[in-house]
Design a binder for this molecule. Structure first.
Ligand code: AMP
Length: 403
């Protein structure tokens, strides 16, 4: 299967090739012809499946002739909006297309300027778009296509009323595309209200991690997690590491300590300002920071190439979050490792994750690490699950794996 067989014109296929993609991913192969046919679509797909190109490419095809604001893409976060905008720029590089990303946390001025000059596509977060709508900076009379990207996430973040207000300002006759990783009841209801006879394309509901991710558990008493993390970073060959914490405070603390220990680390979470988040992300993407510490929400939908390691400093809350987190590495056929530090209190969620993956994850101990250090007297022994005494050496990183 080639992009040129999907009904895309030469300039668009050239744009995709220039980015380095030769073959469409499954969601692209299925969704692109449907979108080109004009039908509404529900795409059940996570980030990492190639869903952005699955809607951007046919939209470029449909908009290639003509002018005016004809497509609106709504996303839950500024980061995702910026990412979708980058995709539009990349794929449209051999054609004339005007577009703008509209999101909060940055000044309105340049966005107003772009809207006045005229755009074909807007990629926006709901809140800031409504600000512009209230000020009459934007009008949708020519709109043909609406995309809701990561719709479940937008609902989680409380954007449903905003989305409904935005949709009420759009022409009723339009094509609507809704992408969501999950389909909770609220999404079903929304889909019934705003889509007409949609085609359903469901791709790799990733209940299993991408191939190429090697996963290890590092059982450790809670109070030794930071020490173990430092030891792992010291003894493992990494190029680019994404570390997850459960809380914003945790992200602050881990990043600060890593920094104090001489690691180049940045962090992102919901309480940081847009410029701080952008600066951290940009620094991580460009290699200035080797480590990025993030909470689940802040990292949602992030697409960063070349992450060699995902480290779960805290276990994720659900098996789905686990798969989502470790999906940040080994994207698009690369390889990567995912490590999870597991305190005894977190064993239960690990068991749920293993059940969901239908396999036991290998448990690893780090040689020369004092698992008994500074333990409170009553629980001085590190707690490992029983029956996992057999050890063997993983020479690549010199840690001992227990299965
Ligand atoms: P997405 O699901 O849109 O976040 O895309 C996930 C990743 O896959 C991004 O890094 C894309 O650049 C990449 N990607 C998208 N389409 C393809 C393709 N056809 N072949 C290889 N990688 C792709």
């Amino acid at each position: 299967m080639h992009f040129s067989n999907l009904g895309l014109s030469q300039n668009i296929v050239r744009g995709v090739r220039a980015v380095g993609y030769n073959e469409p991913t499954p969601i692209q192969a299925q969704a692109i012809p449907v979108i080109l046919s004009g039908r509404d679509l529900i795409g059940i797909a996570q980030t990492g499946t190639g869903k952005t190109a699955a809607f951007v490419l046919p939209i470029l095809e449909k908009l290639k002739n003509g002018r005016g604001l004809r497509c609106l893409v709504l996303t839950p976060t500024r980061e995702l909006a910026a990412q979708v905008e980058t995709s539009v720029r990349d794929y449209a590089r051999f054609m004339q297309m005007h577009y703008a990303a509209i999101y909060g946390g940055v000044s309105m001025g340049p966005q107003i300027g772009a809207l006045r000059r005229g755009v074909d596509i807007i990629v926006a977060t709901p809140g800031r778009l409504l600000d512009h709508m209230n000020r009459r900076n934007v009008q949708f009379s020519q709109l043909q296509i609406l995309v809701l990207d990561e719709a479940d996430r937008m609902l989680d973040m409380g954007f449903l009323p905003d989305i409904k207000r935005i949709i009420s300002a759009l022409p009723r006759k339009r094509q609507t595309l809704l992408f969501s990783a999950t389909v909770p009841i609220e999404i079903e209801q929304l889909a019934r209200q705003i889509l007409v006879n949609p085609a359903l394309v469901e791709i790799g509901r990733r209940t299993t991690p991408a191939e190429g991710v090697t996963q290890f558990l590092y059982p450790v008493p809670r109070h030794l997690k930071m020490k173990l993390l430092l030891k792992i970073l010291q003894t493992t060959a990494t190029t680019s590491v994404l570390i997850f914490t459960r809380t914003k405070n945790g992200a602050d603390k881990v990043s600060r300590i890593l920094h104090e220990r001489g690691h180049s680390a940045a962090h992102i979470h919901g309480d940081r300002s847009q410029s701080q988040r952008s600066q951290s992300l940009h620094g991580f993407r460009t290699g200035r920071y080797k480590i990025l510490v993030a909470t689940d929400i802040a990292a949602r939908g992030l697409d960063i190439e070349g992450i060699s390691h995902v480290i779960n400093y805290d276990t994720p809350a659900t098996p789905e979050d686990y798969v989502h987190r470790i999906g940040r590495t080994a994207r698009a056929q690369a390889v990567g490792d995912a490590f999870t530090l597991v305190s005894p209190e977190e064993e239960e969620i690990i068991r749920a994750i293993e059940r969901s993956l239908k396999k036991a994850l290998p448990r690893v101990t780090v040689p020369d690490f004092d698992y008994r250090a500074a333990a409170p007297p009553r629980s001085a022994r590190p707690s490992f699950p029983r029956g996992q005494e057999r050890t063997f050496s993983r020479s690549r990183r010199g840690h001992n794996a227990r299965r």
